[in-house]
Design a protein around this ligand. Structure first.
Ligand SMILES: Cc1cc2nc3c(=O)[nH]c(=O)nc-3n(C[C@H](O)[C@H](O)[C@H](O)COP(=O)(O)OP(=O)(O)OC[C@H]3O[C@@H](n4cnc5c(N)ncnc54)[C@H](O)[C@@H]3O)c2cc1C
Length: 489
């Protein structure tokens, strides 16, 4: 039977769920509070420059392919993908960087040249990471986090030790060079926790990095948002922007309607793709599953200080993605997770999409994106943003040996307060709740409300976790649960 399903938010998880639910034959209405769809992956445009506001690393291309295949489509039906070569550079000092190539053979040679014997060890490490990828990303993450038994398979039982060791320890046993260690610890940062708090089994992120490579949709990550919007529209989904949900109405312990800009919209089922904590605040207290103490006790992914910068010249000596690891990696991690404070000497990340995509900046100019990870919930002010902008630009100039400050046409910042205001993000987290051992699978907030019938959740605070590929999967998982419920009725 056809049901009317209202979806809160239009991030990747909501877009994914909207497609699956429309394919199942439901009337699907998506309500987004902001003026454009895409959630954290919105675009910012100014004076001929275009920026992806959030995600920029297109990893795990197979997950995107699998999503579109569920609808009889291919990613290439909607957008073109470019494999970046090099994938990225990691800077460790003035003009000192390691470039990560777009294939394992070259990466092995790079490692070998830096630490004798490490090439062979790297091949073994990546072979194990691939085997973890095949178990986790091709199978486990497609399980809904309902029962601990989902994690018990013949393969995971053989790897049980990897759930009780961590990436940091594992990498240190195998490699000695501090720079190589940091490069191998970098991919799990996408999961939102310190490498020393991330189980070794999550080395599948290293396979995503070195094995599958870093891709770029031709005109940026927003290509994927557009693609999913087209697909959803083809399937009959209706989108409403500037539509803030103020309340989820519950009657007889059943979700009955949502209130959008003061108007009540009847619903057979409500699905929220907004941050889980915020979604529950749309309910009266007795209908919430998780208390404030619960959220307070969770490990959240970092917030971030971001700058979108238009330069009036081409930037030299740089690559599309660049990590600046020239300061103390572990001190910065401490400043995020252990003793939350603004880092004295921050690590930062920069990307220059206009190096790959000519449409991202006017001719002869460059669009630059800068990111400093910060503790969620940190104090945020214009003065601090400016101070840190100056800090990182100065470092960038010294390390890459050029003047860029005097070539800035404009800069737009985005930080914790904006994450809260724009996305209703808990403590201004940038990418959800971390994937630690105790916040994995069935230990994460549930897709289905246990207190309110016909109320579901999706997105980076529930299963499987942070990142664009997991958001696509989250939308599929919740749609499967919804379909299952309706089949029973
Ligand atoms: C700076 C940054 C860099 C990142 N880099 C990468 C990367 O390189 N690669 C990668 O894979 N991932 C990356 N991520 C993570 C990735 O972007 C997210 O995990 C993913 O986009 C989250 O999707 P979502 O659907 O869970 O949530 P969101 O995208 O946050 O969507 C939630 C939506 O709900 C809306 N909403 C909230 N409250 C309401 C309300 N009351 N009414 C109506 N609408 C509401 C919000 O406006 C938002 O549009 C990055 C994230 C950030 C912020």
């Amino acid at each position: 039977m056809k049901r009317k399903i209202t979806i809160i938010g239009s991030g990747f998880s909501a877009l994914s769920a909207a497609c699956y639910l429309a394919k199942s034959g439901h009337d699907v209405l998506v309500f987004e509070k902001n003026e454009t769809i895409g959630g954290r992956a919105r675009q910012f445009k100014k004076d001929g420059f275009t920026f992806d506001m959030g995600p920029s690393w297109y990893w795990m291309p197979d997950v995107f392919q699998r999503f579109f295949a569920d609808f009889g489509k291919k990613t290439s039906d909607y957008y073109e993908l470019i494999k970046l070569s090099p994938a990225y550079r990691v800077y460790f000092g003035v003009n000192e960087f390691i470039a990560i190539a777009d294939n394992l053979d070259e990466i092995v040679s790079t490692f070998e040249a830096i630490e004798k014997g490490s090439g062979k060890v790297l091949r073994e490490f990546i072979a194990e990471a691939k085997s973890n990828y095949d178990i986790a990303i091709k199978d486990l993450v497609y399980r809904p986090g309902v029962s601990p038994l989902e994690l018990v398979t013949v393969e995971t039982t053989k790897k049980i030790g990897q759930f009780f060791s961590n990436i940091s320890r594992d990498v240190r046993k195998k490699f000695k060079n501090e720079r190589l260690i940091q490069i191998l610890e970098f991919p799990v940062l996408f999961l939102g926790a310190k490498p020393s708090d991330t189980p070794s089994f999550y080395s599948f992120m290293n396979y995503a990095d070195f094995g599958l490579g870093t891709w770029h949709p031709k005109t940026g990550m927003f290509d994927v948002v557009r693609a999913m919007e087209s697909l959803a529209t083809e399937l009959g989904v209706q989108f409403f922007v500037n539509s803030n949900i103020e309340k989820i109405i519950v009657e007889n312990k059943t979700a009955k309607a949502i209130v959008v800009n003061g108007e009540r919209i009847e619903s057979d089922l409500v699905l929220s793709g907004a941050d889980y904590h915020h979604s529950e605040t749309l309910l009266d207290k007795e209908h919430r599953m998780y208390s404030e103490q619960y959220w307070e006790s969770r490990v959240f992914a970092p917030s971030s200080l971001l700058f979108y910068v238009g330069f009036n010249k081409k930037i030299e000596n740089i690559s599309h993605h660049a990590l600046f690891f020239d300061t103390d990696f572990y001190q910065h991690a401490k400043d995020i997770y252990d003793e939350p404070q603004w880092p004295q000497e921050p690590l930062f990340y920069a990307n220059f999409p206009s190096l790959t995509d000519k449409t991202a900046a006017p001719e002869g100019m460059e669009s630059g994106f800068f990111l400093v990870p910060l503790a969620p919930g940190i104090n945020d002010s214009e003065v601090l943003r400016e101070q840190y902008f100056n800090k990182i630009i100065q470092r960038f100039e010294t390390i890459t040996q050029q003047n860029i400050k005097e070539h800035i046409l404009f800069k737009q910042s985005f930080c914790k307060n904006d994450f809260v205001e724009k996305y209703n993000s808990y403590k201004g987290n940038a990418y959800g709740m971390a994937n630690t051992l105790l916040q994995t699978a069935f230990l994460r907030p549930k897709l289905k409300s246990k207190k309110v019938r016909n109320l579901y959740f999706t997105g980076q605070l529930t299963v499987p976790g942070p990142g664009v590929p997991p958001a696509l999967i989250s939308g599929k998982l919740v749609s499967n649960l919804i379909d299952k419920q309706f089949l029973k009725v």
